[in-house]
Design a protein around this ligand. Structure first.
Ligand code: MSP
Length: 644
């Protein structure tokens, strides 16, 4: 039977749009889950939303919505974002769901009965305008509210408390006996010294707002957010129900991993294990707390216009570009900075130059020298072979170690070192010199084989990180599905390769200066104001839209229109018997040769027209703004595929 791997993200507050900092955790867990799945684990990935509490109630009120309508909308948006980002979660838990609420209520009652939760009074400082309670240590100078700076008043409120003090010693022992329980080590030390200062019992209910899970035996109380929120990790698995198979399988399975940001480590490293101990559930999990993404000036802030949203990056540059940056740039145990400069640099240097170019060059050379087909040819070996082969071996080993210990950024760094090593192998073996000498044909094939086989390994190791790009690499390189799996990571298993005739750049190079400026202005929000409102008086029906037939078309030839300087004349393969000729007004934005092989979206059922003497049998889809125009392209579809 396969080993099990259960991984979770924190559940997100539906209080605002998620930025790249929040999405980091989710992408990080996605990479780890994919990695474990590729290693043959039976994986289960949980994410979701933390939908109760005063703050959510207030946000919904401001929007004139019932809290449930507000959170429904936010949950839908969040799921759409994860789907767009290709996140392979298995379950999405919402704390407003019945399956969760029932479990929390049972937990709470059990702990009251056991005496681990007791009724007392909570002394706090209350800020009227913010309607929030604070403890003395959270306040600003002169007992002012840490959020708005106004004066607070001292209030007493009846509250239930969880006996943390009772479990303090057991928790310290547990941490000591399980050195890998909390990573990185610096965070563990933080937690240990916090516990050693002595734990006060934790207030776990409120009577000042309604938007929460009611305490069954005393319904004027709602369960305060952290007990509610943390329980999601087991309620989603059906804990304490008559259908708890997932709980039995995954919680009691081989590996359980919670990933969070550094700000909520105390809740996960102290309150959650204590809750589990009180419930007599084995702690069983490992906790990894990562750092924060910040803007150059510090915390990302809406008012300073420095918040970066994932869709901005995906729309402009693509999903793998975003995934790569996020996973590469946050160092283990530290914080990371997003700047337009560093993002564009990573795309251009790491993705386009080092990686994309290596694939391109390899495919072009295999076509040029061997008509697209090579096999392992051990008749001749080059002195550089051994160094490359052992670099591949070391990379695999280190990669696995790094992925197992949450050092995803290190794993990627190692992979790029292999990419550089493979590029260097080209310089060392100089295939263009070998190609001039017929007697060196075997040697040349051996060199090509080394390049292709190294790229196959790179593709496999990249699968959890850049799923789309690795798929594309396998396709272009002609790697059979059976040779894309982790257990084929062994030099020489590739045997032979039949590459595509024309390589398609995995990551087109960007014009740095232009893109940095553009990205800066998008982040500042300048572009939003340019967007015109939709003309509601001119709505199209679905039948109007369905009348158009859209298909994928691949450009075969492109030339300037002889009589019009804004037009290009393209010959496009739309999967039909004959290519279509399409005249497009894009000559100011594209050199004809840069369009060759691009896969575009074509409207194929328009009436043909003649434009300045050239017939046009269709139209391309393109987007534009003041500065630029871009034709819409697709990567993995084929000529003739339908677009809806
Ligand atoms: N609802 C709680 C979690 C409950 S888990 C039982 C919560 N939600 S949150 O929406 O505020 O934060 C979700 C996650 O995003 C947290 O892990 C937090 O650390 C992370 N991040 C928030 N800002 C971040 C960055 N700027 N960078 C990286 N991670 C960031 O807390």
């Amino acid at each position: 039977m396969n080993k099990t791997y259960y991984i979770t993200t924190p559940i997100y507050y539906p209080s605002g749009k998620l930025h790249i900092g929040n999405t980091y955790t989710t992408v990080f867990c996605d990479a780890l889950k994919r990695y474990k799945a590729l290693r043959g684990y039976d994986t289960y990935y949980l994410t979701g939303m933390d939908e109760h509490g005063k703050k959510i109630e207030t946000v919904a009120e401001e929007r004139n919505l019932h809290p449930l309508d507000h959170v429904d909308e936010m949950a839908k948006e969040t799921r759409a974002l994860w789907d767009r980002m290709g996140i392979t979660y298995d379950d999405f838990i919402r704390t407003t769901e019945k399956r969760h609420k029932t479990v929390v209520q049972k937990i709470f009652e059990q702990l009251i009965e056991q005496g681990d939760i007791y009724l007392g009074t909570y002394k706090g400082y209350y800020c009227m305008p913010c309607e929030s309670f604070f403890t003395e240590t959270q306040l600003g100078d002169n007992h002012t509210c840490p959020d708005c700076g106004r004066e607070t008043s001292q209030l007493e409120e009846e509250s239930y408390f969880l006996k943390l003090s009772k479990y303090q010693k057991r928790l310290l022992n547990y941490i000591e006996e399980h050195p890998d329980f909390i990573t990185p080590a610096s965070r563990k030390n933080e937690v240990v010294s916090f516990i050693k200062q002595g734990l006060n019992d934790l207030s776990v209910s409120r009577t000042t707002f309604d938007w929460g899970i009611k305490v069954i035996s005393n319904p004027k109380h709602v369960v305060y957010v952290w007990i509610d929120a943390l329980s999601n990790y087991i309620s989603a698995l059906g804990y304490n129900t008559d259908h708890d198979q997932l709980f039995q399988k995954y919680w009691h399975g081989d590996e359980v991993v919670h990933v969070t940001g550094k700000d909520i480590i105390r809740f996960h490293a102290i309150y959650w294990p204590i809750l589990l101990m009180a419930l007599d559930i084995p702690i069983n999990f490992r906790l990894h707390a990562h750092g924060f993404y910040q803007a150059k000036e510090g915390k990302m802030s809406k008012s300073k216009g420095s918040v970066v949203y994932p869709d901005t990056i995906i729309n402009q540059y693509g999903l793998d570009e975003l995934r790569y940056f996020l996973l590469r740039e946050l160092p283990y145990g530290g914080d990371g900075i997003f700047t337009p400069e560093s993002f564009i640099e990573r795309v251009n240097y790491d993705l386009a130059n080092d990686f994309g170019n290596l694939l391109n060059r390899t495919i072009s050379m295999i076509n040029k020298y061997f008509d697209g087909h090579i096999s392992r040819n051990p008749d001749e070996t080059h002195e550089a072979d051994q160094a490359l082969e052992s670099h591949i071996e070391d990379t695999i080993k280190q990669y696995k170690e790094n992925m197992e210990t949450f050092k995803v950024s290190e794993a990627i760094k190692g992979l790029w070192s292999l990419i550089s090593r493979t590029n260097k192998y080209i310089d060392e073996t100089t295939p263009w010199v070998l190609a001039k000498d017929l007697e060196q044909k075997d040697m040349l094939e051996n060199v090509m084989f080394h390049l292709a086989e190294s790229l196959r390994h790179i593709g496999i190791l990249l699968t959890p990180i850049l799923p789309d790009a690795s798929k594309d690499l396998f396709k272009q390189l002609g790697v059979h599905e059976k040779l894309q799996s982790f257990d084929t990571l062994s030099f020489g298993l590739g045997k032979s390769f039949e590459v595509v005739k024309k390589p398609n750049p995995l990551f087109p190079r960007l014009d740095s200066e232009k893109e940095i400026e553009k990205l800066k202005s998008i982040i500042r929000g300048e572009h939003d104001e340019d967007i015109e409102p939709v003309d509601e008086t001119n709505l199209a029906s679905i039948d109007d839209f369905n009348k158009l037939e859209l298909r994928v078309g691949q450009v075969l030839q492109a030339r300037y229109h002889p009589n019009a300087d804004k037009l290009l004349v393209l010959s496009v393969d739309t999967g039909e018997k004959q290519p279509r000729q399409i005249v497009a007004g894009i000559a100011k934005h594209y050199e004809p040769e840069t369009l060759i092989n691009k896969k575009l979206i074509v409207i194929v059922n328009l009436e043909p027209v003649t434009l300045r003497g050239e017939q046009s049998e269709g139209m391309l889809l393109a987007g534009s703004n003041k500065e630029s125009m871009e034709v819409l392209t697709v990567k993995n579809l084929n000529p003739g595929d339908h677009v809806q």
